[in-house]
Design a protein around this ligand. Structure first.
Ligand code: AMP
Ligand code: MG
Length: 405
């Protein structure tokens, strides 16, 4: 499916709206950072040559001429043979080339005794030492997290060009579906998938457009599909299997959506369908709540990440060990719900004992999806597997701190 997805156009957003977005252009430094030589410490700015002979036993005494503090530099240059009181972040006075830290000085009225030599550049953060003007800071595809935002802000870059967020239409199908809070008559169920999928879409950073659920009728699904095709991507849910009331395939064809493939050798989620309308991706995911979540996470989310501008959109598994042995029917890759925890140097995954595709309680507390290879019927306790960390992520009873009771 991936080739059908590409980043959309760009847009410019304010930096305060840019968190989580993917850059579409290179960003270069507008100016040197730090923008001026400044002191790394509280102390006295001097000429290194004036204090070259200072030491703990032979103080060099200098007159103090003025002060430079962050935001309020010394007006003129430093006189020869004098010191300037200086504080962290304050601009270095012209002609001063070193800082003596406060701890190595003694102030006596308007004079200061320097008790340590300070070679040239000591405790001085030189202009451009962190970032030099014109340097490449960020590349297309870089995602903006707080650190990147800080770098851009420090460069006074208030607007950035990012890839447009895809609009994804979510169309549920099924006569039985009711919106949250509606009366459930006989045979009705809440359209729980739409709430799950809307959250998953939001978490990715796309714009979710939730359409009213379509009943199991060909004309209704066709009409809803035409509406859904106004978005950049269409995801249908349910009605994509082989039952007498599964109309999604037929509706695709009637609307002019070209079938791509149908059925994937994974469990859960086998009846997934992929199609395109004039190049626009249309994905039919199964209605079973677990199948819907798992196929979205494993197969749809990477495509949407690519469209968002992520150059590395594939799921990133970690290696883990199975806590218990597991027997299964081989033939399909199985994506099993599990809880992962850290034990010593390893991640251990305990598979949930219910792996059916309809059980919503089996997703509660899950923080990993374990990928079990299609060819294996038996997995031993302690065997190494790949796992995708999910939801709240890994739990551990360890901490980086020494706990003192
Ligand atoms: P389907 O894929 O339409 O054959 O549906 C498979 C199962 O999932 C059936 O039990 C449906 O009632 C259920 N189902 C389908 N769509 C949803 C949905 N949006 N929310 C919750 N359950 C659903
Ligand atoms: Mg259905």
């Amino acid at each position: 499916m991936l080739p059908a997805f590409a980043p959309l156009g760009e847009e410019e957003v304010h930096l305060t709206e840019a968190s989580g977005r993917y850059l579409s252009r290179k960003v270069r430094a507008r100016f040197d950072s730090p923008p001026f030589d400044n002191s790394a410490m509280d102390g006295y700015a001097v000429r290194a040559s004036d204090v070259a002979l200072a030491g703990p036993d032979h103080a060099v005494e200098l007159p103090v001429r003025g002060e430079s503090r962050a935001g309020a530099p010394l007006a003129g240059p430093l006189e020869p043979g004098a010191a300037c009181r200086i504080f962290t972040g304050a601009p270095m006075p012209a002609d001063a080339d070193a800082v003596v830290i406060q701890e190595d000085t003694e102030r006596i009225g308007d004079r200061v005794q320097i008790r340590e030599a300070s070679p040239k550049s000591k405790h001085v953060r030189a202009q451009g030492s962190d970032v030099s003007r014109g340097a490449l800071l960020l590349r297309p595809g870089d995602r903006l997290w707080p650190g990147e935002i800080g770098l851009l802000a420090s460069q006074n870059i208030d607007r950035v060009r990012v890839y447009r967020r895809p609009e994804v239409a979510l169309l549920s199908t099924g006569d039985e579906l009711r919106a949250l809070g509606e009366d459930l008559g006989p045979g009705a169920i809440v359209n729980s998938n739409v709430y799950v999928l809307t959250e998953m879409l939001r978490a990715l950073g796309v714009v979710a457009v939730t359409l009213p659920a379509a009943p199991d009728s060909l004309p209704a699904i066709e009409a809803a599909l035409r509406k859904a095709l106004e978005s950049d991507v269409v995801i249908t849910m349910g009605g994509v299997s082989v039952g007498a009331y599964d109309f999604v395939h037929e509706a695709f064809v009637n609307v002019g959506i070209e079938p791509g493939f149908w059925k994937v050798r994974i469990k859960p989620g086998k009846p997934l369908a992929f199609a395109q309308f004039e190049g626009k991706p249309v994905i039919g995911i199964p209605g079973n709540p677990i199948s819907a979540m798992v196929t979205f996470e494993i197969l749809v989310a990477p495509c949407l990440r690519k469209m968002l501008g992520d150059p590395r959109p594939h799921p990133q598994p970690v290696l883990a060990r199975l806590r218990d042995s597991y027997r299964r029917r081989p033939g399909r890759v199985e994506i099993a719900r599990a809880t992962a925890s850290r034990e010593g140097d390893e991640i251990v995954v305990a598979l949930h004992d219910r792996q059916g595709s309809g059980s919503l309680p089996s997703f509660v507390g899950i923080n990993a999806l374990v990928i079990l290879p299609s060819d294996k019927a038996e997995l031993a306790a302690g065997e190494q597997v790949e796992a995708l960390l999910w939801g709240p992520g890994l739990m551990s009873d360890r901490t980086i701190f020494d706990v003192i009771d």
